[in-house]
Design a protein around this ligand. Structure first.
Ligand SMILES: *Cc1c(COP(=O)(O)O)cnc(C)c1O
Length: 468
């Protein structure tokens, strides 16, 4: 009998004139507010909303919608994954010195390609070249967009329509679809695979060299290790072979580091200096992996070869902008004072945090987290292991500490996933990882304790025991 009345929405004007509507106009402008009211009203009509949608309620939805739309798409998150150089979370955090340099370069014109003394045209890579030479002993250096670009440029310059000789044990795939064979073909190089997955010998290289050969390449197996019955050729031997045939020998270091990490108790990774001393004519490495700078690709090595790279028209397409050059220059300057590097370079600072410090942090946060979650969840401080990430030192883990959150009772299998989603839904999303039925927060990368605690007020978690 009581046929439900059709929803008769208020007019756009009525909503705009309500107090909430006025706030929407003040914050977002009349045009955006009007557009938002129209949309929300349309949705309400389509959804057969109840009569009770007053102008006030509607204007609240309108404000939410406008706020949501005004939020930047890329925004800060709290990385509790335990992976320090997390590619999906933007890899290295910049040092304050680098951040300041970027801000300065953003606000004003700079001498990016301008020689101040002579008033003539200058060269953008010159701002960083001397530093790289000084720090690595390289004759010369060149900068591009990222290490994938560096590899592409090198292959295209020296092996276009020629062969690039690489061991089958080094045909890597890095996350995000960087596959060495694909890069080769896009560079116009013919991949000449040699050896086997586990064993490659000097004679394999020697036998493959012919009139078609453009270069010899060694690729750092960044994210895996070949173990057991294995053989690879020492770079020095490869360098010698390449020299005998007048071919460039390129060592793609991937991450690349400028310092002996064992100084800070980490496992020593071959440095750029080591690779150059070992005879590489060119080395390629990333700016935002172990180096701890902005995204960039660095090629360092022989002057005559770098000059050929610089002449390749692709260099123009792959060049760095002034902001990243500013960040890279400031980052490299920090390497002049290795003693303070572990304080000033966030990547190294995070790598070297002590398990005891992280354990104490876990103990401090445990009660706050437990209180925010309520009785349905058990929160325990745990020991865990962080990873370096981004294909650097793939097997190296760093002893760390964190918090494990488990349902108190018998909960649906999806309860922990829902909890992880609730932590991602707070204003500064908290990103952990799920392992063995628990949500794990590795605290290695948490330096701003108050920021984390502040998010807990906004946490909207379902009880872990399923008793809503
Ligand atoms: C990471 C990596 C690359 C790609 O470097 P990006 O800076 O991510 O472009 C290339 N080669 C190796 C060996 C790597 O580890």
């Amino acid at each position: 009998m009581n046929k439900p009345e059709r929803f008769r929405p208020p007019s756009v004007d009525t909503v705009l004139r309500s107090p909430g509507g006025e706030v929407a106009i003040a914050r977002h402008g009349r045009a955006a507010a009007t557009e938002a009211v129209r949309r929300v009203l349309e949705q309400l009509r389509g959804g057969g909303q109840p009569l009770a949608s007053s102008p006030e309620e509607i204007s609240r939805t309108v404000l939410d919608w406008l706020e949501e739309r005004g939020r930047p798409s890329q925004r800060p998150v709290i990385n509790l994954t335990g992976t320090v150089l997390h590619t999906n979370l933007g890899r290295a955090l910049l040092a304050e010195e680098a951040i300041e340099a970027v801000v300065t370069a953003m606000r004003a014109p700079t001498n990016l390609e301008y020689a101040i003394e002579t008033g003539q045209r200058g060269e953008r890579d010159a701002h960083v070249r001397e530093l790289i030479r000084e720090l690595t002993g390289a004759e010369d250096a060149l900068l591009v967009n990222n290490n994938a670009s560096a590899v592409l440029l090198v292959l295209n310059t020296f092996a276009r329509e020629r062969e690039a000789i690489v061991s089958r044990g080094e045909l890597i795939e890095i996350g995000g679809a960087f596959r060495m064979p694909d890069i080769m073909s896009r560079a116009g190089a013919l991949l000449r695979e040699i050896g086997t997955t586990n064993r490659t010998h000097l004679r394999d290289y020697a036998e493959a060299i012919g009139p078609q050969t453009g270069l010899l390449m060694k690729v750092h197996t960044s994210n895996y290790v070949v173990q057991g019955f294995t053989a690879e050729v020492e770079p020095a031997e490869l360098a010698k072979l390449a020299r005998e045939h007048g071919l460039p020998f390129v060592d793609d270091l991937g991450s690349g580091t400028l310092v002996d990490l064992s100084r800070w108790g980490l496992r020593k990774e071959k440095t750029v200096q080591d690779a150059l001393k070992g005879g590489a004519d060119l080395v390629t490495f990333s700016g935002d992996k172990l180096l701890g700078g902005p995204q960039a690709g660095i090629v360092a090595g022989r002057k005559d070869l770098v000059a050929r790279l610089a002449k390749n028209p692709l260099k123009r397409a792959l060049r760095l902008d002034k902001l990243r050059l500013a960040a890279l220059e400031a980052t490299l300057r920090l390497y002049r004072a290795p003693d303070s590097l572990a304080q000033r370079l966030p990547t190294l600072r995070l790598f070297t945090r002590k398990p005891a410090e992280l354990r104490a942090l876990a103990e401090r946060l445990q009660p706050q987290l437990a209180a925010a979650l309520g009785a349905g969840w058990i929160v325990d401080p745990i020991d865990c292991a962080s990873q370096i990430g981004s294909g650097a030192l793939p097997l190296e883990t760093l002893p760390s500490a964190g918090l494990a959150i488990k349902p108190a009772g018998k909960a649906a299998g999806s309860a922990v996933e829902k909890l992880a989603a609730a932590f991602r839904a707070v204003p500064v999303p908290i990103i952990g990882r799920i392992a063995q039925g628990a949500l794990i927060f590795d605290l290695r990368c948490l330096e701003d304790e108050a920021l984390f605690a502040g998010q807990l007020d906004a946490l909207n978690a379902e009880p872990g025991d399923g008793l809503a």
